[in-house]
Design a protein around this ligand. Structure first.
Ligand code: ZN
Length: 213
């Protein structure tokens, strides 16, 4: 399937024809590695590093490539299947590890996500829940927005009867600097549809996600 990368958008999505319900997701962040490396050189120089020292001579390039990797989600295909068996209970993937970058300090935050949905007409390939987390984690973020984006994206692309996302992460900008709150974690949640409105489903999701209802 062709991928249009002419637009400046982080998530280009192509809808397959109805007989092939696969959705190709090909993020194309605009990253200029050469400029990033030059800027990293300036930044490190301004921070007092001696870049003539052989041991750090390649650090600007490594730094640029590391950030590029942290800010580029992998392509994937959102594979869905008809819910022929009429499965009507929650589907939840837990302990999905993720790494993102806080947009205020450009320092990483890492944690785990629980992502679940109450199926409608279609069900999803299970590994795709982790891919959707990565799709939104690998960009400058705040955890609240990341959580909401994962939930809304699943809601709009899968049309389930409900979606729940819980994320717990440790922010290095909070644990390594500032208040130096070592070990402190931040928990965020986004609940949509029946997972939000139906108390039993909500309680079941939060319990299965490892949170009290
Ligand atoms: Zn921060």
């Amino acid at each position: 399937m062709s991928v249009d990368n002419s637009e400046r958008t982080q998530s280009l999505i192509h809808l397959a024809p109805p007989h092939r319900p696969d959705l190709r997701v090909a993020p194309r962040p605009r990253i200029d590695l050469g400029r990033a490396e030059a800027a990293a050189r300036d930044l490190l120089d301004a921070l007092g590093l001696d870049l003539d020292d052989a041991t750090v001579a390649d650090t600007p390039g490594r730094m640029a490539r590391a950030f590029s990797e942290l800010l580029t989600p992998r392509d994937f295909t959102l594979t869905t299947f008809p819910n022929d068996e009429g499965y009507d209970e929650l589907v939840i993937a837990r302990q999905i590890p993720f790494t993102s970058v806080c947009e205020h300090h450009m320092l990483p935050f890492t944690g785990v996500a629980a992502v679940g949905y109450l199926p409608g007409a279609r069900i999803l390939g299970l590994s795709k829940l982790a891919r959707v987390v990565e799709l939104f984690a690998r960009r400058p973020q705040v955890q609240e927005r990341l959580t909401t984006q994962v939930a809304r994206w699943l809601d709009s692309h899968l049309s389930p009867r409900g979606v729940g996302v819980v994320m717990e992460a440790e922010h290095s900008c909070m644990t390594l600097r500032g208040v130096e709150a070592h070990g402190a974690t931040t928990v965020t949640s986004a609940l949509l549809g029946a997972v939000r409105s139906d108390p039993l489903t909500r309680g079941e999701f939060l319990s299965l996600a490892g949170r009290r209802g």
